[in-house]
Design a protein around this ligand. Structure first.
Ligand code: NAG
Ligand code: NAG
Ligand code: NAG
Length: 353
């Protein structure tokens, strides 16, 4: 079964599968929603725009590489696998009313993770196939590894195509998995919008990070991860396909009376906007700081794990929900806001084509 046709019934697939290797799919509750970005704006309180963050509770504004050892500084994690103290984050989705005010869109758990407080679903894959295909060897990330995919300043389809696989699924129902679009869906999505972030899968084997947070990783030389493309000589080490799914519950904003009028002068026909001020969807991005304890991730990737992973320690959703970090920025993110947190109206990104 191909990624694009993954149905919600992972449990049914699991029953059929005899995996050679691992595919991890797990839920993580919300750690915090805050204007912090220890990767791109380290030490800055508040950072440029609002993020929603999951994972280990050592997360803070300043996490110097290597020195800030996520597994030893964390005392809990919001993720199902309790040896995973990594941090994962994305921008935050807002609804923009006709009167120009903004309301934060709630996050809801994905299929199979009911009861989780907000958060995301995280995948680590060896191959694109969702059934028997997880056979290729991958090298787990090393302590201190971090990366970013996407560009918060992008505003065109052409720009975002560079990343190939940052997409949206307009959920007709919670199990909808296709089609995927590069921009925000242009029609109301009855069961919400799923934002899909897939990271590059090749590493230079040397650098844990790079000034752009992107140059130490690469897409396959030709084709894609899904088509089995080989890593380029510059980035020869095959790493797991890391993927995030965030389900934004837009159902409270689906009334056509709330959507932009067809004659609106700015040309934008849908009401959602990322916390950077992007109304196109093309500026979607995801950040990752590796923080698995010891060799837990490599051990899992070398074991017959398929969604459930007996070699890893698992905690309950109730335990995941208990982990959080304090809000250090303390700004209003939940009223009807006249401006997005940290974004003056003049910085709003408008579509170029
Ligand atoms: C963030 O974590 C570091 C450890 O890397 C610690 O030294 C620092 O005090 C923490 N900062 C805040 C604001 O809590
Ligand atoms: C703006 O529109 C929203 C959605 O219709 C509404 O809830 C809010 O009260 C309005 N705000 C003002 C200031 O009119
Ligand atoms: C757009 O259409 C609405 C009704 O459909 C009308 O009230 C409004 O004046 C129109 N605005 C412009 C700029 O033409």
């Amino acid at each position: 079964m191909h990624l694009k046709t993954l149905s919600g019934s992972v449990a049914a697939i699991v029953a059929l599968a005899t995996p050679a290797q691992a595919l991890l799919r797990f839920g993580c509750a919300q750690l915090v929603v805050n204007r912090l970005d220890p990767l791109v704006n380290p030490g800055q309180i508040p950072s440029a725009h609002l993020h929603q963050i999951i994972g280990g509770n050592s997360f803070n504004a300043s996490m110097p590489p290597v020195e800030h050892d996520l597994p030893s500084l964390s005392t809990c994690t919001t993720c199902q696998f309790s040896e995973d103290f990594s941090n994962y984050w994305t921008a935050v989705l807002f609804f923009r009313a006709r009167n120009g005010t903004y309301k934060r869109v709630p996050q809801v758990p994905n299929l199979g993770f009911e009861g989780t407080r907000g958060g995301m679903t995280v995948y680590y894959m060896q191959d694109a196939l969702f059934d028997y295909g997880q056979t290729s060897k991958v090298t787990a990330f090393k302590p201190g590894f971090r990366m970013l995919v996407g560009d918060a300043s992008f505003s065109t389809r052409k720009q975002t195509s560079k990343f190939r696989q940052l997409t949206y699924t307009c959920l007709q129902e919670r199990s909808t998995r296709s089609p995927e679009t590069l921009g925000f869906p242009d029609k109301p999505c009855p069961a919400g919008i799923m934002a899909n972030i897939r990271f590059p899968t090749c590493w230079d084997g040397v650098n844990l990070d790079s000034p752009t947070h992107q140059d130490h990783v690469s897409y396959p030389a030709e084709g894609t991860f899904e088509s089995g493309g080989e890593c380029p000589d510059t980035h020869p080490v095959r790493i797991p396909q890391l993927m995030y799914e965030t389900v934004w519950d837009t159902s409270g904003f689906n009334d056509p009376e709330l959507w932009p009028l067809p004659n609106n002068t700015d040309g934008i026909q849908q009401p959602f906007v990322w916390s950077m001020g992007d109304r196109t969807g093309y500026a979607t991005h995801g950040d990752y700081m590796f923080g698995w304890k010891d060799d837990a991730l490599q051990r899992a990737m070398d074991s017959p794990c398929y969604v459930n992973c007996p070699t890893l320690k698992t905690q309950t959703i109730a335990e995941q929900n208990k982990c959080s970090v304090p809000d250090v920025v303390k700004e209003d993110i939940d009223s009807w806001l006249t401006e997005l947190p940290g974004i003056s109206s003049s910085k709003m990104t408008m579509p170029m084509n």
